[in-house]
Write a protein that binds this ligand. Structure first.
Ligand code: PRP
Length: 219
């Protein structure tokens, strides 16, 4: 029996609602504070003591796991694409957190602004690497303005003509006078494992991957 629990990093925010039923099916029962939105606690013990949960920003899940600070995590495929960490394995699509990463622009942007004729665009985004690569494949150089949130504000205030951001219902785009120009990638949440955890705690890790796999199929 290992001395320390296996640490699983979970993302904050709207994905939490989809993660909770999955944990239940897997048989992970966190302490009550985990379900309390007012709680400031970031680390949670679980029944049985073999697993502990931490709650961090979605981008930071990958960082905690890549550096071995957490053994496993739940991480969007958008984040994995942006960072492309070699030390992270993503063995399982959890079939939650479905949304898409899209290029969006003001609805009144003239067709003359068609990208086919552009050699350079300015884009506000949390995803500069994915964005640069997406435009590079079209032979366009993307100048990315990195933001951490409220990306949809950028075109109206002249920070950038276009944005690349997550779209789920599309209501944030609509509320800010933007339309989707193109889907760059479909996104869902993945179970991720750090390379070190895979080597040093392989039996436990494989056991949890199997339990998550069964829980996804039972969902
Ligand atoms: C995400 C994303 C968009 C919004 C899209 O932000 O960055 O702003 O959701 O969802 P919709 O299409 O259903 O409107 P989130 O609310 O997760 O907060 P964040 O800006 O902190 O990432």
């Amino acid at each position: 029996m290992p001395a320390k629990p296996l640490v699983i990093a979970l993302p904050k925010g709207r994905i939490s609602q989809e993660v909770a039923p999955l944990l239940k099916r897997v048989g992970i029962v966190p302490e009550q504070a985990f379900f309390d939105d007012e709680a400031r606690q970031l680390q949670f013990a679980c029944e049985g003591g073999d697993v502990a949960l931490i709650r961090v920003r979605s981008f930071d899940v990958a960082t905690f796991v890549a550096f071995g600070a957490a053994h496993m995590g739940v991480c969007g495929s958008d984040v994995l694409a942006e960072f492309d960490y070699p030390d992270i394995y993503a063995p399982l699509d959890l079939d939650i957190g479905h949304c898409r990463l899209s290029l969006a622009q003001p609805e009144q942007m003239a067709p003359a602004d068609d990208m086919a004729r552009a050699s350079h665009v300015r884009v506000a985004t949390k995803y500069p690497n994915v964005t640069r690569q997406y435009f590079a494949e079209k032979g366009i150089q993307a100048e990315c303005i990195k933001l951490s949130g409220a990306i949809e504000l950028a075109p109206a205030l002249g920070l950038a003509g276009r944005i690349v951001d997550l779209v789920s219902s599309g209501s944030t785009l609509r509320a800010n006078g933007l339309v989707e120009a193109q889907t760059i990638m479909k996104v869902s949440s993945r179970l991720i494992v750090g390379r070190t955890a895979f080597k040093t705690r392989s039996l436990e890790v494989s056991g949890w991957i199997e339990r998550f796999r069964e829980a996804v199929h039972a969902g």
